[in-house]
Ligand binder design. Sequence first.
Ligand code: SAM
Length: 271
Amino acid sequence: MNLPPLREVIARHGLIATKALGQNFLFDEQLLKRIAAIPGDLKGKPVLEIGPGPGGLTRALLRAGAKVTAVEMDRRCLPALAELAEAFPDQLRVIEGDAMKINPAELFDEPYAIVANLPYNVGTALFIGWLSGQAWPPRWSSLTLMFQQEVAERIVAAPGGSAFGRLAVLSQWRCTAKLAMKVHRSAFTPPPKVMSAIIHVTPEEMPAGVSARMLERVTEAAFGQRRKMLRQSVKGLPGALAALEELGIDSERRAETLSVTEFIEIARLLS
Ligand code: SAM
């Protein structure tokens, strides 16, 4: 499909990036093609894209054969997206609105992949919302998301380092989370201050007998005072010290040394 260059689309529609909306656009079509390949074969598959902006990633997803539903808050982008919808008949549905206020499950009647170059100001909140659903497996089949590299590293972090914390446990206790690609700041227009990276998350079976709320309470306590020993940080959580003893977890350890499995075991005993 021959489409006008993205820079021309931006100029024609006067789409000057707005900081308040976290707008950092990608124009490199080869890079966008590689991003759209991360979730695997998308031919005929439903995809939710948050923040299509002028439609660079959207094009790549459409070219990969995906059936895209794109939620965009910036009205200025709608005419450019309407042109794309015309170029790919029956493949693109654009919803004008705030992704924070939309329940994506209501937009689809089959599992969908989420692919997005997220606006930095709401990216983490959206991600936590998608991971925290009561129903499991979730309605989404995978998440392919651009974050600031520092956030991406916290999502995929292994125990033992300062990047390992609540976000890692939340991302990994019932999902596989991988760092799929690093993206240099110069790839964006305008370039953000920091480097970016794309993570790929797929849901796994939920561990039996563990309440998500309890796991949250355990990690909140343990990482709330991450420099302290567990016997200090979790002492306000009823039953936690006894659970450590029963599981043979040394209460002199600090939260960041525990594996995700150990957090799951503690939460299971307290659930
Ligand atoms: N996908 C485009 C790309 O890769 O070039 C644009 C990505 S830009 C980082 C983020 C986009 O999200 C912008 O188009 C912005 O207008 C949009 N956006 C910001 N906040 C939003 C929200 N709450 N709901 C929906 N879209 C939002």
